[in-house]
Write a protein that binds this ligand. Structure first.
Ligand code: SDX
Length: 429
């Protein structure tokens, strides 16, 4: 039976393009043969109306503020699951049985150490290097250590590389933090869960026993869950594009880290906290809201707005709840930054400009306050985002490699430069 199609008419020539339906969400017009049939490209900088792939991993409904991972709502996963369970779900497509979960946790735990030579990489950086610069370098360098898991055509090697990335990112992130503050590295401990192990590697010192606060560890684990994957965002698309050339998984993840660093993307949590600190007090909020609305002022409210969510980011609501839990546990519930954030959110959600442009707080708006309360400097915020997003990048990378439709990504362009012209000798210029 002929499927649905769309008719495109260009210069009096009409072509039929197949329309494909997913399980939920918008249909797509398959334009793969458009250029061949019409000699025309489509044009969509920023890919606001372009689907780059088929995927079963994450579904977002921006108008309804819905986020599903393999069909499970983020609210349920964040409340009832743990991060490694979400990692298993993203990688394998189903929630693990008890036995599968025990095995997966054991496999991840026993990949948390990095090659001892890795510690020498850090000594090449200045102590005040931004930890994201360190992470770009060190994660890319993993390619130089794990030659036995870079054959992307071997599903076993792909899964080993996937587990290594998930397991080693906390260790490398903690090493980047310790190096940044001039403290000795702390090795992972196999008797700690994923989030507790990370907090221990960051905040333990050789001089005394460090007891992880279980409330803070649970909050850290939930923050990892909220940042795990998010459909075809900029950094995930970067990982997919890098992987489409056959590059090894460590190099692809390093490319994703580089893209995430931007303040319009994963760097927004650092930028949002710096913005709240710059505003400083509630009475200065109107001045900054006016700047954000001024077309001639490049200032934007960091932590607000989203390409897809034109409703409240469901992660932001859970993040806000976690923020209150952490601040209450630490006795900071009157944190002035939180007061500024709450008042800024109230004003923005009632201001006609933000309502008309559907600008709601996104996940980055509250995460910074929480991470600061947990003891991290702002320079580490995007590193934590990258740590959590690694599983999403890896799951999407595996899906891309296994997708028979995927080939090397190679967009075209609308050329607006000079037509052909002849060389002019310098004596005649
Ligand atoms: C993440 O893609 C993902 O899924 C990303 C992410 C993930 O999990 O991977 O969700 C994580 O990156 C969240 C977003 C974090 N970034 C920020 O908080 C930075 C501030 N936000 C903006 O830079 C912006 O909202 C973006 C980048 C998030 C979205 O940009 P778009 O979709 O390209 O929208 P736009 O820039 O075209 O803005 C639409 C309008 C514009 O006004 P007009 O030109 O139409 O008049 O809204 C305005 C913008 O000026 N606008 C803002 C604003 N964000 C958009 N005005 C003031 N403050 C803001 N924050």
């Amino acid at each position: 039976m002929a499927g649905k199609s769309a008719t495109v008419t260009v210069n009096d020539k009409s072509v039929e393009l197949p329309v494909r339906s997913g399980s939920i969400g918008p249909e797509v017009v398959d334009i793969g043969t458009l250029y061949k049939q019409t000699g025309q490209f489509t044009y969509d900088p920023g890919f606001t109306s372009t689907a780059s792939c088929e995927s079963k991993i994450t579904y977002i409904d921006g108008d309804e503020g819905i986020l599903l991972h393999r069909g499970f709502p983020i609210e349920q996963l964040a409340e009832q699951g743990d991060f490694l369970e979400v990692c298993y779900l993203l990688l394998y497509g189903e929630l693990p049985t008890k036995t599968q979960k025990i095995d997966f946790d054991h496999r991840v735990t026993h990949h948390t150490m990095v090659h001892e030579q890795m510690s020498r990489f850090f000594t090449g950086f200045r102590r005040d290097a931004h930890p994201m610069a360190v992470m770009c370098g060190c994660v890319g360098a993993l390619s130089a250590f794990y030659h036995d898991s870079t054959d992307i055509t071997d599903p076993h090697q792909r899964m080993v590389a996937s587990l290594r990335m998930i397991a080693k990112m906390p260790t490398l992130a903690a090493m980047a933090y310790k190096y940044h503050i001039g403290q000795p590295f702390v090795y992972p401990k196999n008797d700690l869960d994923y989030a507790s192990n990370f907090l221990h590697m960051c905040f333990a010192v050789p001089c005394e026993e460090y007891k992880v606060n279980p409330v803070l560890a649970r909050a850290m684990d939930r923050i990892f869950i909220l940042h795990a994957d998010h459909e075809q965002n900029a950094s995930t698309s970067t990982v997919r594009l890098a992987g489409s050339s056959g590059a090894n998984p460590f190099a692809c993840i390093a490319a994703g880290i580089a893209c995430l660093w931007g303040p319009a993307h994963g760097g927004a949590n650092e930028a949002a906290l710096n913005m709240l600190a710059e505003i400083g007090t509630v009475d200065r909020i109107p001045e900054y809201v006016a700047k954000a609305k001024d077309k001639n002022d490049p200032f934007r409210l960091m932590g607000f707005g989203h390409r897809v969510y034109k409703n409240y980011d469901p992660r932001a609501k859970i993040m806000q709840k976690t923020t209150h839990e952490v601040l209450a546990e630490l006795g900071h519930k009157d944190d002035p930054l939180l007061q500024v954030a709450m008042e800024l959110e109230r004003i923005a959600l009632t201001d006609p400009y933000f309502i008309e442009k559907k600008l709601y707080p996104n996940i980055d708006f509250y995460s910074g306050i929480t991470l600061k309360a947990l003891g991290f400097p702002t320079t580490m915020f995007t590193v934590l985002f990258a740590l959590a997003r690694t599983v999403g990048w890896i799951a999407q990378w595996n899906e891309m490699i296994e997708d028979p439709e995927q080939r090397i990504g190679r967009p075209r362009q609308l050329y607006v430069g000079e037509p052909k012209r002849d060389y002019v000798p310098v004596s005649k210029r």
